[in-house]
Design a protein around this ligand. Sequence first.
Ligand SMILES: C[S@@+](CC[C@H](N)C(=O)[O-])C[C@H]1O[C@@H](n2cnc3c(N)ncnc32)[C@H](O)[C@@H]1O
Length: 461
Amino acid sequence: ADDAISFPYPSMSRCVPNDVVVSSRTSTTAATVATTTALGMAKSKTTNRKRPSQSSTMGGLKGFGPSSASPSSSLVGDEGGGIVDRSPPALKFYDYLVRNGAGSNLSRVGLGYFPVRVGTKDTDVIRLRGVVALRDIPRGESIIEVPYEMSLNLGRENADPTLPASTFLQKYCAWKCISKSIPPGDRDRGDYFAMVPPYPSEDCLGSTDFFSDVALDMLQSPSVKEETLARRSLVDARYERDVMPMAQMSSNLYRWDESGTIASVEHLRWASWVVTSRVLTVQGGGSSNDPSSATTANRLLIPLIDMCNHDRDSPHVLTGRAIPGALLRVVAGRDVRAGDAVNIAYGGGVEGNDRFVQDYGFLDSGGSKERGAVGGINGGKDAIVAEGYRIVARRILGKGGRSVTMRRMSASDSERALGALSATTLEEDETLLTSGSVMANDERMALEYRVGVKRALKLLQ
Ligand SMILES: C[S@@+](CC[C@H](N)C(=O)[O-])C[C@H]1O[C@@H](n2cnc3c(N)ncnc32)[C@H](O)[C@@H]1O
């Protein structure tokens, strides 16, 4: 498997081009590839892998959860006061992992809830579901291992998320309505589907796909607005062309509920968000019949791995190939302590908040930060500018930086971007942001976005 794509960024220079790759983006930018590191252990086993039996993996479930989290842990208890999600759907999901040969993960990880800051105020903290380590895991060892067969392969990589979204929606609807048309391979996936944030959840409403026109304009970003509108048109067209005709042809397809209501275009929009925010891109393995499949990028929904949240600084490595018998893994890039969140770097850790707000529905405030005199707040001395904004600003200004080399803006686009941002000053925006005025969530997010970009521009100019 040494012919896989390598990851061309300095922070990954220790990498040995190896088996794969998994990234959290569906577009064709270079950020859609990642590779394993030279940690010396990340080859997928393609032979002689025994699926653990139900009884052997139940041992993992029995010992589920450490008695206490590490002191550094940011984990908060679930409703029951424990540190692991033991809600009925979560327990069914753990069972589903056991039934499908992924039960050994349960001695290492579970689902848990973490406090995450989502705004500027101290009270802007939400509880975010993610993956939590249940025991110490040394650097170089697998944190998560999922058999390829458990993943849902939504087809080949392509910039249009609506085709895999319609495939996903069809399967999701079949499960939701307990339809007789569920293909045998999908019958067992319900306990996974039940864990996917439903429509309309707060998570998906953070994506610009669901922004109001006012909020879209408040971003002051012509490129994000145009891409969002283009994606909405793709969803509309896919719905008209594929979903509606199939639903009309068969009373079993695309039923959103048991009364027979057909899934709406908004449901397809939600499914597109599921694809852009959860699907990973994984290289194929190649075969004597089809050697080209080694370079084929597949879009996979990988249960459990898709529960990992984002941390730009995560050193953990995604590896594996989309071939029967292979394991898809998250390998520890540093020692992990019981109670730690198991996060991964979405978009290869090189995408800016222009992508995050569209594809994932949140603004990334993580990564290295720079402090500078960049606005009116605190006498103009104390603003912290996260990497997710600096990447956007570097693209607009055409200044260095690794992501700039991948997606450079044309001079006229830069001019348009700066023109749109000049509609209000940074000081005016900061005043509005801290004024406490009541605003819809999408509008507040748009305002935060443009404040972040303007601060970053000021810092770089
Ligand atoms: C691949 S899923 C991760 C698991 C997800 N939290 C869940 O419970 O299913 C990606 C979604 O998780 C949320 N998310 C992940 N990392 C986040 C972060 N650092 N801050 C805020 N939301 C995050 C966003 O809604 C994103 O679209």
